[in-house]
Design a protein. Structure first.
Lengths: 269, 309
């Protein structure tokens, strides 16, 4: 028995090392190659290009705004969605998840046909002189569309797992709903919500397909970092690599923050 | 990543510090070996056979793995402005060739050039820009004596049906508040567009008109058909495209304002066979077909001008 156990144990060890090694190498090596193609001097010099700075600032601002809007609208929506039973709830569930599997290009086309100047809704806005297509607003709307599931799914699950008896007790003791939400629901779900939020931000930052369809590609106005990479690939390869490295660093940082937040462990643990 | 590894071993009951260390070391070695491997291959830039295209190349049928008879399919990296014509050119070539078919990889010429430099697999390069063709010639990617002029095109301003921006002249393009689409500076159509605007500003209009026009630009597209789409959808008031796109558009969908020949630039398209082509004879046949009267007839039907004009 003991020998058997030892054999299967060492077999498991071999399979574990090989399979995890493959996964790690497959994911890490292409990313490392990006760094091999650049060097600090090159990185710094293209970092100071206006195109890169414009794209970085635009990406950070739009992603932050998208994140704030998702929190403000998404938090109560997710809360009530998980607490209430209503007809069509399953369909809403599917809709919330849909952007995760929908190609962003489809999302972009749909947004354009809805909010573009000749769009179903956009044509009425246009009468009042409001044009959404090819503006920074379109960038943010595209980001909200594709990134919202990351927050909504997380929030939905957290609120559903939360025992409603806490809220009911507090309500019976005379607490106002807003007070109860702020003092009971929020503290109990805060960590999870925050990690969902950070994921949303990261997804918004990486948004490409929907943005280029509905917001176009204009440096300094609608050209976010992923669009700038695409643009730079056609001319200035170094700039493309620099922006890519920036995005890798930011994304890695974001994931590290989540890891620390949710697992309360060091990165190398 | 180490976290998940250790969870796994905690699960199956291996918790000794020694074992953890052992696994860590093995993993590091695997990583180092793999890294050294990529280091070697990435140190051979240019047309190394191991390098793969970094952008999403639609062509996934490399001859080695294709399920169709490999020597029977030609891959033509083709300027996107030929998209419409390619639908007719492909079948027409198949009819006259001995069973060969052509797959067109349509994108901005600047993207095609980049893909070829990154080792993409292609037989023929059809370029909308002499500078990119010359670039590839100088870098040794093209068989230089196969490079020939194919066709030509002028720049035109197109306007969506219904004229939402109320644009009736080139002067209107410089009125603040109009919405304009054009190509990026890298895509050939965008490059010529800038030359044309410059000439117009010098000959007829002025620098204020030019500045206002550029301020009206709402999107820079990476392909010429991209500009056409934005105009056709009515999302912009006007766009700078090739004359062929206007001529080949369904009647009634687009209006146009032409640019005087003296201010216009005739864009010459070229065609050439790639050095890396495994099928150079057939590629040469395709090129011959393209410059033959049959090929030129199709191009002319799609609004292109003869290359000699």
């Amino acid at each position: 028995m003991a020998t058997h156990f030892r054999v299967s144990r060492s077999l498991a060890l071999i399979v574990a090392v090989i399979s995890i090694g493959i996964v790690t190498a497959y994911l890490a090596l292409p990313i490392l190659t990006l760094f091999l193609h650049s060097n600090p001097a090159l990185f710094i010099s293209s970092l100071s290009e206006p195109k890169v700075i414009d794209a970085l600032v635009l990406s950070l601002i739009t992603s932050a705004i998208a994140m704030v809007i998702i929190v403000i609208v998404g938090t109560p929506a997710a809360y009530f969605h998980s607490r209430l039973e209503y007809p069509g709830k399953n369909i809403v569930d599917i809709l919330i998840d849909l952007p995760l599997v929908l190609p962003p290009a489809v999302a972009g086309l749909a947004l354009l046909l809805m909010y573009g100047r000749m769009g179903l809704f956009g044509q009425y806005l246009h009468i009042y002189g409001i044009d959404i297509g090819f503006t920074i607003i379109a960038v943010i709307m595209a980001q909200i569309f594709v990134a919202s599931p990351f927050y909504l799914r997380q929030a939905k699950a957290l609120f559903r797992q939360l025992d409603p008896s806490y809220e009911q007790t507090a309500l019976s003791l005379g607490g106002s709903p807003l007070f109860i939400f702020a003092t009971i629901v929020l503290p109990l779900t805060f960590e999870g919500l925050l990690s969902g939020l950070v994921m949303t931000f990261a997804r918004a930052l990486g948004e490409f397909g929907a943005t280029i369809m509905v917001a176009g590609n204009l440096p300094g106005v609608t050209q976010t970092m992923p669009l700038a990479i695409y643009g730079a690939m056609e001319g200035d390869f170094n700039t493309a690599i620099t922006i890519s490295i920036l995005l890798v660093l930011i994304s890695f940082g974001i994931m590290a923050i989540i890891s620390v937040l949710t697992k309360r462990r060091g990165l190398l643990a | 990543m180490f976290y998940s590894l250790l969870t796994y071993f905690a699960m199956i009951g291996m918790r000794s510090q020694k074992e953890k260390l052992c696994i860590g070391i093995i993993l590091c070695i695997v990583l180092c070996i793999a890294l050294a491997f990529t280091g070697c291959t990435s140190s051979t830039p240019g047309q190394g056979t191991t390098s793969t295209p970094t952008t999403g190349v639609p062509v996934t049928t490399s001859p080695a793995v294709t399920t169709q008879a490999p020597q029977k399919t030609l891959i033509a990296f083709t300027a996107a402005s030929l998209s419409g014509a390619s639908n007719k050119l492909g079948p027409a070539f198949s009819n006259v060739s001995q069973g060969y078919t052509v797959k067109f990889n349509l994108d901005g010429t600047q993207v095609l050039k980049q893909q070829i430099e990154q080792g993409a697999n292609a037989d023929v390069f059809i370029s909308a820009s002499n500078s990119y063709t010359n670039g590839l010639k100088n870098e040794g990617y093209l068989i230089n004596n196969t490079v020939r002029n194919l066709t030509s095109n002028y720049i035109i301003v197109i306007i969506p049906a219904g004229n939402p921006g109320n644009i009736t002249s080139l002067a209107d393009l410089g009125t603040p508040g109009k919405r304009i689409a054009m190509g990026t500076p890298e895509v050939p159509v965008g490059n010529v567009t800038r030359q044309v605007i410059n000439k117009l500003a010098n000959s007829t209009y002025n620098s204020t008109w030019q500045t206002n026009l550029y301020n009206n630009v709402k999107t820079l597209e990476t392909t010429e058909p991209g500009v056409v789409t934005k105009v056709s959808l009515g999302e912009v008031d006007a766009g700078f495209v090739y004359e062929s796109s206007y001529k080949a558009a369904p009647p009634g969908t687009l209006n146009a304002i032409s640019i005087p020949v003296k201010d216009n630039v005739l864009q010459i398209y070229t065609i050439g066979v790639l050095n890396s082509s495994t099928n150079q004879a057939a590629a040469q046949n395709f090129e011959d077909f393209m410059v033959s009267s049959a090929g030129q007839k199709i191009l002319s039907d799609f609004g292109f001008r003869p290359y000699g004009s």
